[in-house]
Design a protein around this ligand. Structure first.
Ligand code: ADP
Length: 408
């Protein structure tokens, strides 16, 4: 019998799933359902072949129910019969949950008490937590006999000190409404920090100072010392910090009142613009996708060029600022779709950071793409000089491992 964990990531209209061996990270089944909750719901699934690689995606037959529970029931029926046929024992289900507020500093078994605390975090993540909860409830209904484990995007950053997480706002906002910085992408920051420590041969070093840069559609940084998050660039919501695909990152909060006065738009419309029409998309007027912008900039598009420059400048400025909580720096770690693949962004970002001793190695930078990681700065004999690395992230593997560990 092979043991495996089912990893679920439920968005408001999507459901990503994977059956993963928590020991070696191999994927046995993966799939995606889109437009969940609408009549156009559709799902695809891939199975591992005898060569160990995943085969082509095929359409998954769904039942009449188009909500999370209906889709999950169809997915699980196929997965369970596949598991039986291949002697795979599904020992746990790991759920990605976006917001754990101050209630969760680590992954937990999702019993009634834990679920009540996840529900209490809905006001902090009104778009994400309800979808995550729908996924957990649907999965518990269909698979009542295995433990369900919640893995939170916010948990890793619960080690931030109060001077890092407090905003300078009226105290009752903090006390009554939980207005503080929480941070996100914690699962990815935790994973790449541990991998980078291994690669540097310093995984037992409590003094190792890393800045992890998760750069995807959403982007954030974390300052990690000895495996603990000391600060991060996202805040109460994922809107704070770096320039992202469609999110503005930091702006003067005065922009809200100013745009309201000038256009009459209300807070929710302006917030929507800051989340969905800003960032790389807003700057370039072309796309939120870094690949498209890289190509457009190469062909001389000035707005695409500016978007990349703003992205890299903000990123470099934030990296430098996170040397404060770390009191120095041993390595910057690039990950996420952009961090792992965009050579242009790495060149532009590290170009602003030569004063920290970071000197890009153009050949190594060229090599690191499409899942290939490694050091991308020039090796130096000077002790204490920081390096930059590319480390492909794997959030699903962290979820599978946490679920397996808690189940044991
Ligand atoms: P998500 O946050 O949705 O998980 P990803 O981590 O997949 O997103 O990152 C998506 C981003 O990565 C997009 O901006 C995409 O253009 C960028 N990206 C992916 N591959 C490349 C590439 N080869 N070159 C430049 N950017 C890339």
């Amino acid at each position: 019998m092979t043991t495996a964990v089912l990893v679920l990531n439920c968005g408001s209209s999507s459901l990503k799933f994977a059956v993963i061996d928590p020991e070696n990270g191999s994927r046995m089944v993966t799939g995606l359902a889109e437009r969940v909750g609408t009549p156009d719901v559709a799902a695809t699934i891939k199975f591992v072949g005898t060569d160990g690689a995943l085969g082509a995606a095929s359409a998954l037959k769904l039942g009449a129910e188009n909500d999370h529970r209906g889709v999950l029931a169809a997915v699980l029926e196929v997965i369970e019969s596949w598991a039986q046929e291949h002697s795979v024992d599904l020992v746990a289900v790991g759920h990605r949950i976006v917001h754990g507020g101050e209630a969760f500093a680590a992954s937990v078994i999702l019993d009634d008490t834990a679920m009540a605390a996840v529900r209490a975090c809905i006001p902090l993540a009104p778009l994400h937590n309800p979808a995550n909860i729908a996924g957990v409830e649907a999965a518990q209904h269909v698979l009542p006999d295995v433990p369900h484990v919640g893995v939170f995007d916010t948990a890793f950053h619960q080690t931030m000190p109060s001077y890092a997480y407090r905003y300078a706002v009226p105290t009752e906002w903090a006390n009554e409404y939980g207005v503080r910085r929480y941070g996100f992408h914690g699962t990815s920051h935790r994973y790449v920090a541990a991998r980078a420590a291994q690669e540097l041969g310093r995984n037992a070093d409590p003094g190792l100072r890393l800045i992890t840069a998760h750069l995807g559609n959403g982007s954030s940084l974390a300052a990690v010392r000895g495996g603990r998050s000391l600060d991060t660039s996202m805040g109460l919501t994922p809107l704070e910090g770096l320039v992202m695909g469609t999110r503005s990152g930091d702006v003067d909060p005065g922009v809200l009142g100013y745009i309201h006065d000038r256009t009459g738009a209300d807070v929710s419309a302006i917030t929507d613009d800051l989340n969905k029409r800003s960032g790389l998309l807003g700057l370039s007027g072309i796309s939120n996708d870094m690949r498209t912008l890289d190509e457009a900039a190469d062909s001389g598009d000035q707005k695409a060029q500016l978007a990349i420059e703003v992205f890299a400048y903000r990123l470099a400025k934030y990296i430098a600022s996170l040397t404060v909580p770390l009191e120095g720096l041993d390595a910057v770690v690039f990950t996420g779709g952009i961090g792992e693949n965009s050579r242009t962004v790495r060149i532009a970002t590290l170009g602003h950071l030569t004063h920290l001793g970071l000197r890009l190695d153009p050949h190594a930078n060229q090599r690191c793409v499409g899942g290939v990681g490694g050091q991308i700065t020039v090796a130096t004999d000077e002790p204490g000089t920081p390096v930059a690395l590319v480390v492909p992230t794997d959030e699903e593997l962290v979820i599978a491992r946490d679920a397996a560990a808690l189940t044991r």
